[in-house]
Design a protein around this ligand. Structure first.
Ligand SMILES: [Zn+2]
Length: 233
């Protein structure tokens, strides 16, 4: 038995084209390694499917400029060019149609020009999460392992840029966050305790530390409930 993965393009309920993405002979797996597709194979399958899907969407961007943005007239085709696009797991070079108008207006559409970036936010998210947790070089190596290949978009400089950009945006959002001061209360509880903490240097004297917390009545009873629940466990 064989298994075929096929991408089928359908327009007005008619099959326009079919592409065989992968073909495998179905065999019983002798070891767990052969059960299902390997990590690299999965990435290749997804990459090949995206390679069929994304150009269709890129064509739609080009179609947008059949009408001149300046005078509204019909434009003519003005050469093809390539635009780079980086999805979470695959890179694509998309062929895009340029347009020109009699009035002098010209358009050379690109992914960056249309969306302000040519990197999918899913990838930026992965870069920023890893970049915030480990050195950028290490994040680069981790992403290389995840995508089974070295990708220029995942080099440490790009990871640093993504981490810093996301970090500064999050910082701005945090600064704008308002502290909720609603829900006044009649009583406030205060808990203060102190103790002596030994100095690392045994010859030196220990020092006194104070710990204080202020909380509302309702949160106090919540804490008590939690403690008694834990004690009954
Ligand atoms: Zn025009």
């Amino acid at each position: 038995m064989k298994l075929e993965i096929i991408v089928r393009k359908v327009e007005k309920e008619k099959v326009v084209s079919e592409k065989l993405i992968k073909e495998v002979e179905v065999k019983m797996a002798k070891t767990i390694l052969d059960l299902g597709f390997k990590h690299k194979e999965q990435l290749e399958i997804i990459g090949s499917i995206q390679e069929e899907y994304i150009p269709l969407q890129a064509n739609m961007i080009s179609n947008k400029y059949e009408k001149c943005e300046k005078c509204g007239g019909k434009t003519r085709k003005d050469g093809m060019h390539y635009s780079n696009y980086h999805n979470s797991l695959s890179d694509h070079k998309l062929k895009m149609q340029g347009h020109a108008c009699k009035c002098g207006w010209r358009k050379k559409p690109s992914i960056h020009g249309e969306y302000g970036t040519n990197v999918h936010p899913d990838l930026i998210k992965m870069q920023a999460v890893l970049g915030a947790k480990m050195p950028y070089k290490e994040a680069e190596e981790t992403l290389e392992k995840i995508s089974c290949q070295r990708r220029s978009v995942n080099n440490h400089v790009k990871i640093a840029e993504a981490t810093n950009t996301v970090g500064s945006i999050l910082n701005k959002v945090k600064l704008k966050e308002e502290v909720d001061v609603s829900g006044d209360t009649e009583h406030l509880y205060m808990y203060v305790d102190g103790g002596h903490v030994k100095n690392k240097d045994r010859k030196k004297r220990s020092f006194e530390a104070l710990l204080a917390a202020v909380f509302k009545e309702d949160s106090y009873s919540e804490s008590i409930k939690k403690i008694s629940r834990l004690q009954n466990m």
